[in-house]
Write a protein that binds this ligand. Structure first.
Ligand SMILES: C[S@@+](CC[C@H](N)C(=O)[O-])C[C@H]1O[C@@H](n2cnc3c(N)ncnc32)[C@H](O)[C@@H]1O
Length: 206
């Protein structure tokens, strides 16, 4: 299962430029707005889970964040990020892992995930995701999770996904998290179609 997943994403990132995929955005919104809402500051530890070739990391580095981790299941995606960032790539911690198998040895203030969690369609994977998030986020830290909304597309990158709202994510994360914000977002793909997302931000209480 996990190796099928990895090979799907490896093929995507080995064969497509970053702006040839439906999820490409030049400016990572509403992620930047939600980081500000969560009170993120440049000295905080941030992990972008399922970051792919997202330019969020470029913006964070440009703003002066100095503890940024980029995790993706695809080494090709991380290679593309490194090539794009040039010397700044050395300021990032790069992790190639399936998030459901990730065993982080440290904690983070901010967990950001745009359009990775929704690929986890079975309960075991969703549980593993919730467990690693719970383990690795500091008390008082924030998780920002963007997925296709209940009226969004049924597939992403040709794969089945689960469409979510704040309640469905909150139920999967469990009682340690309090919802502080949820909003809808209409993403315009590079070819001009609209994809309806939701972004929910949770604070970890304990
Ligand atoms: C739709 S793309 C979104 C990429 C990026 N977050 C963005 O907003 O541009 C989904 C990303 O999640 C990654 N991904 C999918 N399943 C994953 C998993 N189980 N563990 C880690 N990364 C995963 C893929 O490689 C891909 O980069």
């Amino acid at each position: 299962m996990s190796s099928d997943r990895a090979s799907h994403w490896e093929t995507i990132y080995r064969t497509k430029a970053d702006d040839q995929v439906s999820w490409f955005q030049q400016t990572p919104e509403p992620s930047l707005t939600l980081l500000a809402l969560a009170g993120a500051t440049t000295d905080m530890a941030v992990v972008d889970v399922g970051a792919g070739a997202s330019h969020l990391v470029d913006t964070l580095i440009g703003q002066g964040y100095d503890d940024v981790t980029v995790l993706d299941i695809s080494q090709a995606a991380l290679d593309a990020d490194r090539a794009r960032l040039g010397p700044d790539a050395d300021r990032i911690t790069w992790i190639c892992s399936d998030v459901t198998a990730w065993q982080p040895s440290r904690s983070y203030d901010i967990w950001h995930d745009r359009a990775a969690f929704h690929f986890l369609t079975d309960a075991a994977d969703q549980g593993a995701y919730a467990a690693v998030l719970t383990r690795t986020l500091k008390a008082g830290g924030h998780a920002i999770i963007g997925t296709f909304a209940p009226d969004g597309p049924e597939k992403c990158s040709g794969l089945p996904i689960i469409r979510h709202d704040a309640d469905s994510i909150g139920n999967l994360l469990g009682g340690s998290f309090t919802l502080i914000d949820t909003r809808r977002h209409e993403h315009m793909t590079p070819w001009g179609t609209v994809q309806r997302f939701q972004f929910s931000t949770f604070r970890k209480q304990h």
